[in-house]
Design a protein. Sequence first.
Length: 271
Amino acid sequence: MTDTIAEHAAGAVAVGTTLVELEGVGKSFGAIQALENVDLRVNAGEVACVLGDNGAGKSTLIKIISGLHPHSEGTLKVDGEPVRFGSPRAALDRGIATVYQDLAVVSLMEVWRNFFLGSEIRKGNYPLAPLDIKAMREIADAELAKMGIHVKDINQPIGTLSGGQRQCVAIARAVYFGARVLILDEPTAALGVKQSGVVLKYTAAARDAGLGVVFITHNPHHAFLVGDHFVILKLGRRVLDKKRSEVTLEELTTEMAGGQELAELSHELKR
């Protein structure tokens, strides 16, 4: 599985090379400061986990890196070059792909059609050239099989797959189209234990193949299984920024649960 992902990882670089870097990045919407002075490094062959509750700023961070929102403050660098994306397509052209929580799939459309959604193959270069359906079916089926993703029928609606399978198809799609940085938005949020395990395996496989992965989650247990670096956001600010060797699962869980605030509340509630 990892070897197959590696074959598709465009522009492979040495493990540890910084692909995307945020320095003092902030984002405001009028008087509302959604993010403030956030630093983050996404290195090749590593998983950077960004944790936080609802309203912590995780979604805003994703949208800045993926090109949906320009940052208001600080610097965003790709391969060491300061950038300001004007659209998600611009980010995708630099190898940054995002798998959102809703997966950006059309449930009633076939698996192969979702695999090529927005990047369809046509029989010719003219604007009204017909779709090359046969080629897309064969490529999607072969690529999913190579990555260990087996669907009963490539023509079945993607909505008939399990949540974990849909996540894996979305990951495979991003990798196939040349992602070097893979942003996963709460990929295990609505999944059971078994399906979450499948997604975590593919996350680790992408990391091991040299991709830089940004794993957005509110689940410290899932983050700790695959993460190399952990950043916790609270109300748009960093409250923790540590490497795996510098933090334990207990510390990560405690900080996610409220840290000092939780300790103070526990003291107040004691009889």
